[in-house]
Structure formats: C-alpha cells, structure tokens
Design a protein. Structure first.
Length: 330
C-alpha cells in the first residue's frame, strides 16, 4: 500500500539506519523530502551518526533488533541492518547469521504484508575469494562455508536467496544490490576496515599496518556515490530485481592506499607488514556494466577527494592535535 504524504513524499524504512552507510542514506532521503523511519539496535551503529536528524519532523528512530518481528506501514524498505566489518560481524557470528537470516525473513514478511518494495544491501563478499576478475553478477562465487567469515558471506548469500524466493513465491517487489568496499565519513574508528585504520593510524602517528605484502587490490567507492546507486536501484521498474554490483571499478593495491593516506595526512608514520588474515581475498573489483546500463550509474568521487573528506572527519573525531612523529620521539 502506498501512503502519500504531502508533496508526494514516501514513508521509507531504513534498517541499519544508524550505521555508516544507513545514516548517509537517511540524510539523502530526508533531503529528498521523504519521511524516514530508522530502525537499528545500535550494535555497530551509533546515535552520533543520526544525532543531527533526531529533531527533524520527518525522521523517526526506533531502537529494535530486526531478528525480532517488526511492523510499520511504509512504502519502501531499505534493508541494511547487519554489521559489516569483520571485527563486528565476527564478535558474535551466530548473531550475525540470525540478523542476516531471521532479520531478512522479518523484513521480507513485512514487505509481503504491506506490499512495499524492499532493497537488500548485499555484498561483494558473496563472491568470496573470486577466481574471475572483475566480478560480474552472473559469477556464483568461491566462498568457504565453514570459515570465520562465513557467518557474513554465507549469511548474505542466504539473504539473497530469501529475497529471490519471496519474489518468486509471493511476488514481493525486491531489489538486490551487491555493495563493494565503501568508505566515507562516519566509518567507525576501530572497526578494522583498511581506510579507517590507515587514516587513524596516520593521524595518531602510529605505524600503518598492511596485512600480507600489500599487493592485494581493493576498489573503494565513496559513500555518496553508493547511496545514489541504491536510490536509483529502488527507482527501477518492478521487473528488474538485480542483483546489481555497486562499487568503484578503479583498483588500488593496499600499499598504494597506505601511501596515499600518508601523503594526504602529511604523516611521518611508517608502513609495517603483518600476516594476512584467513580467507582474505586477493582481489576484489566490480564489473559495473549492469549498473551503468540499467541505472545510468557510475561512481563520480575520485579516491583522493573522498580520502580528504574522511581525513577531515577523523581529524575532527580524534580532535587531532599534531601527533608526535616516530622520528621526533626521544
Ligand atoms: N561498508 C561497506 O563497505 C559495505 C560493503 C558491502 C556491504 N555492505 C552492507 O551495507 C550495510 C551497511 O553497512 P555499514 O558499512 O553501514 O555497516 P555498519 O555496521 O556501520 O551499519 C550496520 C547497521 O546495522 C545495525 N544492526 C546490526 N545488526 C542489527 C540488528 N540485528 N537489528 C537492527 N540493527 C542492526 C548496526 O547497529 C549498524 O547501525 C550492511 O548490510 C553491509 O553488509 C557494506
């Protein structure tokens, strides 16, 4: 059921809306004049990410764990709730699976009941350690089902399966996007993701930790580009379900990122190497042909521009005074 509010705005539920990506999505939707209901249990998200929205008359926050049933009358659901960084999703892997499986069933049950469109924020991790590059949506992946990342990778794969089965069996109007590494302000300081790690280490004058030899590549998409892709996906006609890759196809080695961060922060920190964690993929690069063709979407923000934004954010967050550099100690 579509409930039109004044000015053609929609009621939109964002699960995981207090997280890094979810909070930017809430900002975007509010700015478009929509009425946003943010549901989050604050496991890896924070009220700080949505504090500026809490007094907004079109914004509502509900603290709720989506592995428990939830009901609301909305027109669209963006389903993002799930811890995204290994530190967070491996903290309680069983909970991660519950969030992905029971949480997605709850959201699909809701979408079915109220006949709303639902978008799942899936992940490039469904490709596991891929044997084809770049990864197209048709690639089925190479995932370890019993490893320490499986709660997340396999959890998201089941979430995608659930989306497709609710669509085929019950005609639920679904959209699936597979998000590749995304960065931007409001990434958590201590979540162990490579960009936040490097920036925080550089600003604190600590060594930058590169796992492995640093030749493994990643492609990083700035959060505003990603949010635009998600919104475009929800705006497509109802025959198109996806999955669609959303990410930046420009690959950089981890070492290149570390060097870029050192240059932009003007830090004198050094780069140190540590053993690669288990199941860490060597390469990850999206083929975004589908997004280009179906959504007329491609990332716009170049890496150095995005990095500058995040560095500014973390400087403020750390209240960064000039840090003592290793050379000047003692
Ligand atoms: N950031 C990336 O690079 C990336 C890449 C691929 C996919 N994704 C997906 O995008 C989504 C958002 O990721 P993010 O980077 O913003 O992560 P995040 O951890 O910052 O945000 C996830 C949010 O979900 C909330 N949450 C977790 N479990 C919940 C539960 N059971 N009930 C209610 N809320 C719950 C958390 O508190 C948090 O606010 C996730 O689904 C993630 O898998 C992110």
């Amino acid at each position: 059921m579509r409930i039109f509010l004044g000015g053609g705005s929609l009621r939109i539920l964002v699960t995981g809306g207090a997280g890094f990506i979810g909070s930017h999505l809430c900002d975007y939707l509010i700015n478009q004049g929509h009425d946003v209901l943010c549901v989050d249990n604050l496991f890896s998200g924070s009220k700080d990410n949505i504090r500026h929205l809490l007094d907004h008359s079109y914004f509502e926050f509900i603290r709720h764990d989506i592995s428990q049933p939830f009901f609301a009358e909305v027109d669209q659901i963006y389903h993002l709730a799930c811890p995204a960084s290994p530190v967070h999703y491996q903290y309680n892997p069983i909970k991660t699976i519950k969030t992905n499986v029971m949480g997605t069933i709850n959201m699909l049950g809701l979408a079915k009941r109220i006949r709303s469109r639902i978008l799942l924020a899936s992940t490039s991790e469904v490709y596991g350690n891929p044997s084809v590059h770049p990864q197209q949506e048709a690639y089925w992946g190479n995932v370890n089902p019993i490893g320490i990342r499986s709660c997340y990778d396999e959890g998201k794969r089941v979430a995608e399966t659930l989306m497709m089965d609710y669509h085929r069996q019950n005609g639920v109007d679904i959209k699936i996007v597979r998000i590749f590494n995304t960065y931007g302000p409001r990434m958590a300081i201590n979540d162990g993701r490579v960009i936040s790690n490097f920036i925080v280490q550089a600003l604190r004058g600590e060594n930058l930790t590169v796992y492995g030899d640093g030749t493994q590549t990643r492609s990083f998409c700035y959060v505003s580009d990603l949010v635009e892709g998600m919104v475009r996906m929800v705006g497509t006609d109802n025959i198109f379900t996806g999955p669609v890759n959303l990410g930046n196809p420009t690959e950089s080695t981890i070492l290149e990122i570390a060097e870029k961060v050192l240059a932009l922060t003007e830090s004198k920190s050094r780069i140190v190497f540590k053993p690669l964690p288990l199941d860490d993929p060597d390469r990850r690069c999206p083929d975004i042909t589908t997004a280009r063709n179906r959504l007329s979407w491609q990332p716009k923000v170049p890496l150095h521009e995005g990095l500058e934004e995040v560095i500014g954010y973390f400087k403020e967050k750390l209240n960064a005074k000039p840090q003592p550099q290793p050379e000047s100690l003692g």
